[in-house]
Every structure is written in structure tokens, then in C-alpha cells.
Design a protein around this ligand. Structure first.
Ligand code: ZN
Length: 70
């Protein structure tokens, strides 16, 4: 049974992952979207690349989206 979930994320979104970064941070900003998802830690500023599948697995929830202008 193939269950494919596509999380609608975009650049600038702030997300929370299930497992905290070693620095203690839970919140990340999406800085790159492609075959891999680039995330920047809010707490220490480090950047990581996760595969889309890995990202989906680690994602807890989307905190805010980049669409705040208006
Ligand atoms: Zn960090």
C-alpha cells in the first residue's frame, strides 16, 4: 500500500520537527526546495539538507507559512 503524502511547503515556511537539533532548537525555516529540502535552524543558524521523504518523516507541523503579506 503506497501512501504518498505531499506536504505543501514553500520557501520561507517555518516548520517544527519531531526531533530537536543538537543545539536544542525545534524550529526551522525552509530555505531550499528541490529534490532535497533545505532547512535552517532558528536557534543556531545551521543549515541541513533532508531528502523529501526524510523531511516528511521528521516533520511535526508547519508553524507558519511565508504567505503573510497582504
Ligand atoms: Zn540548531
Amino acid at each position: 500500500m503506497a501512501f504518498i503524502s505531499v506536504t505543501p511547503i514553500q520557501l520561507g515556511d517555518v516548520v517544527r520537527l519531531r526531533k530537536p537539533h543538537p543545539c536544542g532548537g525545534h524550529e526551522w525555516t525552509v530555505v531550499r526546495i528541490g529534490a532535497d529540502i533545505g532547512l535552517k535552524c532558528h536557534t543556531c543558524g545551521r543549515r541541513v539538507l533532508l531528502s523529501r521523504r526524510e523531511f516528511e518523516r521528521r516533520l511535526e507541523r508547519v508553524i507558519s507559512t511565508a504567505q503573510s503579506a497582504g
